[in-house]
Design a protein around this ligand. Structure first.
Ligand SMILES: [Zn+2]
Ligand SMILES: [Zn+2]
Length: 150
């Protein structure tokens, strides 16, 4: 079972950060590991219920907050959308989000690294570019005729 391996890695991560391992936390992390992407709290709960039907949404919310505080999870807030949760990668990344269709894509840190280098070189400014969300129009929505855009 692949899940067991991942689970052990996660347990090690939790211990390394000094966070107590509870079955709920393990199940939340397992759910996120298996989805390989972002999930809402509702989606996480649905997955957790496959492991244990007696976890409720309040428990999921509480533990998501704790896991975020320990920088094990990161969260993306988009207007009018539920929070999107994901595991913090070893490699930093960012997201581009279409304001029309809400399509979200992950972009590697190299994409914005040039910007942070320029800010440092030209302004001596050390930008903190951690898990940014950049709004805009996706290729598909940008290609639509103007009159159909809001
Ligand atoms: Zn992300
Ligand atoms: Zn779009």
């Amino acid at each position: 079972m692949v899940a067991v391996m991942n689970n052990q890695t996660l347990t090690t991560t939790l211990r390394g950060k000094g966070l107590r391992i509870t079955p709920q936390r393990e199940m939340i992390l397992l759910a996120l590991t298996q989805s390989q992407g972002q999930m809402t709290a509702e989606q996480i709960l649905e997955k957790v219920h496959e492991y244990s039907p007696c976890v409720n949404i309040a428990t999921v919310y509480r533990n998501l907050d704790i896991l975020r505080d320990y920088e094990i999870l990161s969260v993306t807030a988009l207007p009018d959308r539920p929070l999107q949760w994901e595991l913090v990668d070893a490699e930093p990344h960012h997201h581009i989000v279409c304001t029309e269709c809400h399509r979200m894509e992950q972009v590697p840190h190299e994409t914005v690294a040039a910007l942070s280098e320029k800010l440092l070189r030209d302004y001596g400014f050390r930008a903190v570019l951690k898990h940014m969300t950049l709004p805009g129009l996706c290729a598909c929505c940008a290609a639509k005729p103007l009159d159909s855009a809001k």
